[in-house]
Every structure is written in structure tokens, then in C-alpha cells.
Design a protein around this ligand. Structure first.
Ligand code: F3S
Length: 63
């Protein structure tokens, strides 16, 4: 499973890095930053899906 973050869609709601701190962090403006480059580990998959489902801007996709 891979995760994609659309930084242009992110409005800094912060749910992703609260729900999946191993997958996302934030920059100085509160915008999401993806920490993972490549496939997610098994323990990152559920939090990443939760983050994707919780982002009000639909900035996160998992595939
Ligand atoms: Fe941005 Fe969505 Fe996370 S708006 S900070 S990607 S919850």
C-alpha cells in the first residue's frame, strides 16, 4: 500500500498527523508533510487509511 499527499489541497486541518504520526508530520505552517517514501509498513496501513478518510480536503489517497 502506498499513500499520496496532495500538498496543494492541504489546508492544515491536522487530522492526518494526529492520527498517523508515523506517516505524516507538519511543517511550520501546519501543512502536512509525508514521512514515507515507498510502500507503507503493515502497522502504518490502518492509520494511513484513517487519515485519508478523515481529511476534510480529500488531500490524501491510499492505493
Ligand atoms: Fe492537510 Fe488534510 Fe492533513 S487538510 S493537515 S492533509 S488532514
Amino acid at each position: 500500500m502506498r499513500v499520496h499527499l496532495d500538498r496543494t489541497a492541504c489546508q492544515g486541518h491536522g487530522r492526518c498527523y494526529s492520527l498517523a504520526p508515523d506517516v505524516f508530520t507538519c511543517d511550520d505552517d501546519g501543512q502536512a508533510v509525508l514521512l514515507v517514501d515507498g510502500p507503507l509498513s503493515s502497522d502504518q496501513e490502518v492509520p494511513a487509511r484513517l487519515a485519508a478518510d478523515s481529511c476534510p480536503e480529500f488531500a490524501i489517497t491510499v492505493e
